[in-house]
Design a protein around this ligand. Structure first.
Ligand code: S3P
Length: 454
């Protein structure tokens, strides 16, 4: 059993998308689609399942490479993850994990690395966490610092980068005021708090996604939470649970924007998560004039979900304020595409953290949209995009910079450009949504091809 691994979450069995793809202009985008399970929730359900007492069954987990990295790491930590029917099953350890025999490679996944650093800090053994070149360039001190205040022994490479060494230690509770909003930092502290005697509290200046707080409750751990604040009394061992994961709103956003920018058709994204800490992109698109309907589905899991119906719309520019950013942080690349096709100027403010995501997303979006003829100003904390309405994007060559969300954003941009858009680095789509191309093909047949002339 130790070696059993999830087929569904095992990226070595995945067929990767091609290195480059061409998106062709289409007027019609129409039909119904599913999206992969929420990536944030999938990581968290696996992590809590691994330390829970008893078995955890997860239906609808995200099948991308990031979640597979978490599943592999947990298997190496003595909590085997396997696929069963339509879901994943984790054998909970009821508290302590096992020392891994080797370095844990978390690939491209910042969430896996930061949340595991929290979960492993109180575990009585040493672990070494690493990842790909992108992940090894991202800041890790933001989680190491509060965890060290709790007594954790954590070493990072120069500049606070991975590889990270976590040497298990006995922790003490803290009340931590986060300098900037981050669900990953908040979650790392709450996961460490599970094994820390006493009440640990986290506060953040703007509320970030609250999946960890909700899921802890679902696993039987009482969390005192309100927007911008969460605390829990440790030590607590979660109870294994059945978790139904809704579709990832961040994955839904690409299809919603494709439906809004099309000239004809109607796009229905089935069963997307509608946790209000994630739906800022719907508010912004509607404010820009988008015709989007939200039809709630019956609740069967820890989080709400709905069918999202997006129809062709004329968009106008808007301002995205810093206070809105945590609710749409991963949707900024696709919102920038929508802004480029809107009439008027859109300003995105307070988004400096985008510079340290899977790529520097502000610089990459500015470069990609400029290559498609858009006038974009890149600022330290955001972008100013001068939209010139439908049909204003030219064709051209753009780079994903090894970033899944940029690859998908530029492919969607290509559907409403005047000429084909060649996107380089499309293999990275598998990070979060291996079914993206198949689903897009169903909504816009023939729109994305592997060569110019096809
Ligand atoms: C995530 C939180 C966000 C987001 C990331 C996933 C999570 O990062 O950008 O893709 O699952 O907690 P921050 O918490 O660093 O803002």
């Amino acid at each position: 059993m130790r070696t059993s691994r999830s087929d569904k979450a095992d990226s070595s069995k995945m067929t990767l998308p091609p290195e480059s793809l061409v998106a062709h202009p289409v007027s019609r985008v129409s039909g119904e689609t599913d999206v992969p399970g929420d990536k944030s929730l999938s990581h968290r359900a696996l992590l809590l399942g691994a330390v829970a007492r008893g078995e955890t069954r997860i239906v609808g987990a995200n099948a991308g490479e990031d979640v597979a990295a978490t599943a592999r790491a947990l298997t190496a930590l003595g909590a085997p993850v396997r696929s069963s029917g339509s879901g994943l099953v984790v054998e909970g350890r009821g508290g302590w994990l096992e020392e891994p025999e080797n370095v844990l490679d978390l690939g491209n996944s910042g969430t896996a690395m930061r949340l595991l650093t929290g979960l492993l800090s109180p575990q009585p053994f040493m672990s070494i966490l690493t990842g790909d070149a992108s992940l090894r360039s991202r800041p890790m001190e933001r989680v190491a610092k509060p965890l060290r205040e709790m007594g954790a022994v954590i070493l990072t490479r120069r500049g606070g980068r991975a590889p990270i060494v976590v040497a298990g230690a006995r922790l003490r509770p803290i009340a931590y005021e986060m300098p900037s909003p981050s669900a990953q930092v908040k979650s790392a502290i709450l996961l460490a708090a599970l094994f820390t005697p006493g009440r640990t509290e986290v506060r953040e200046p703007i509320p970030s996604r609250d999946h960890t707080e909700r899921l802890l409750g679902w696993f039987g751990v009482e969390v005192d939470a309100s927007p911008g604040r969460a605390s829990l009394q440790g030590p607590r061992i979660p109870h294994g649970a059945a978790v139904a994961i809704p579709g990832d709103p961040s994955a839904a956003a690409f299809f919603v924007v494709a439906g809004v920018l099309a000239r004809e058709g109607e796009v229905v994204v089935r069963r997307a998560g509608t946790n209000p800490t994630r739906t800022g992109f719907l508010d912004v698109l509607r404010r820009m004039g988008a015709d989007i309907e939200v039809r709630p589905c019956a609740e069967e899991g820890p989080e709400p979900m709905a069918d999202l119906i997006a129809r062709p719309s004329s968009l106008r520019g808007t301002v995205i304020e810093p206070s809105e950013v945590p609710r749409l942080v991963d949707e900024i690349p696709i919102l920038a595409v929508a802004a480029a096709c809107a009439e008027g100027t859109t300003e995105i403010r307070g988004a400096e953290d985008l510079r340290v995501k899977e790529s520097d997303r502000l610089s990459a979006m500015a470069a990609g949209l400029s290559a498609l003829g858009v006038v974009v100003e890149e600022r330290r904390d955001g972008l100013t995009i001068h939209g010139r309405g439908p049909g204003s994007l030219t064709g051209g060559d753009v780079e994903s910079r090894a970033d899944h969300r940029l690859a998908m954003s530029f492919l969607v941009a290509g559907l409403s450009a005047r000429a084909p858009v060649r996107v380089h680095g499309t293999r990275w789509i598998a990070t979060s949504d291996p079914a993206f191309l198949e689903n897009l093909e169903r909504l816009a047949p023939g729109a994305v091809t592997s060569t110019e002339g096809a």
